[in-house]
Ligand binder design. Structure first.
Ligand code: SF4
Ligand code: SF4
Length: 196
């Protein structure tokens, strides 16, 4: 029968591949019954499985699973947790309601209503709320704040809640988690307005 003009040529055993072409290595079929049943390879594979099984069950050598909540993996130093609002030495909130953090927040989960402090200089938040269920824990609010007023270094997760509204932390909740900060307000010192 005549061969089709573009039919692939059968490689012969020992034939060398020509440069620029894909070579074909001809492998002989298994001869013995043991080889035909692939028993050695099956047993070798089972050996690997059993080695990992006992290493994990007895020695837990390769186990990465943590039995939470009985066990807790150590958090990295820069772990971003629940928010908190920092306060000054006199106990007042450091936030000056500049609105930088809600502007930076990609999840739109920060709500601030500003009010006058009464000293003719600064504002403060009358309402400061963060919806921890909407928060994507990006840390942009902390980066944006010029006053070291908001931090995420509590080392705690947002707690599980039954009602949606319970996930919204208000100013009082955030201040309870907060602490004192002596950071230079605005990065220029407390008397920067007088120096203008
Ligand atoms: S961590 Fe990100 S998403 Fe969460 S409140 Fe801050 S800016 Fe918004
Ligand atoms: S960026 Fe800082 S000072 Fe400005 S509103 Fe947010 S927490 Fe307050």
């Amino acid at each position: 029968m005549a061969q089709a003009p573009h039919a692939p040529q059968e490689p012969t055993e020992g034939s060398k591949p020509r440069r620029g072409r894909v070579g074909v290595r001809v492998v002989g079929r298994p001869d013995s019954l043991e080889q035909r049943l692939y028993l050695p390879e099956v047993l070798r594979g089972l050996g690997v499985t059993m080695r990992h099984f006992f290493a994990n069950v007895v020695g837990r050598k390769y186990t990465v699973t943590v039995q939470y909540p009985e066990e807790k993996a150590p958090y990295p130093e820069r772990f971003r947790g629940l928010h908190r609002l920092m306060h000054r030495e006199d106990g007042s909130v450091r936030c000056v309601a500049c609105m930088l953090c809600p502007t930076a927040c990609p999840a739109h989960c920060i709500t601030i209503v500003a009010e006058d402090t009464g000293d003719g200089k600064e504002k403060r938040p009358k309402i400061f709320e963060i919806d921890e269920l909407r928060c994507v824990v990006c840390g942009l609010c902390v980066e944006a704040c010029p006053c070291d007023a908001i931090r995420m270094d509590t080392g705690r997760h947002a707690p599980a809640v039954v009602h949606r509204g319970d996930a919204i932390l208000g100013k009082v909740d955030l201040l309870k988690l907060g602490g004192p900060s002596q950071a230079t307000q605005g990065g220029k010192g407390a008397t920067w307005r007088e120096e203008q």
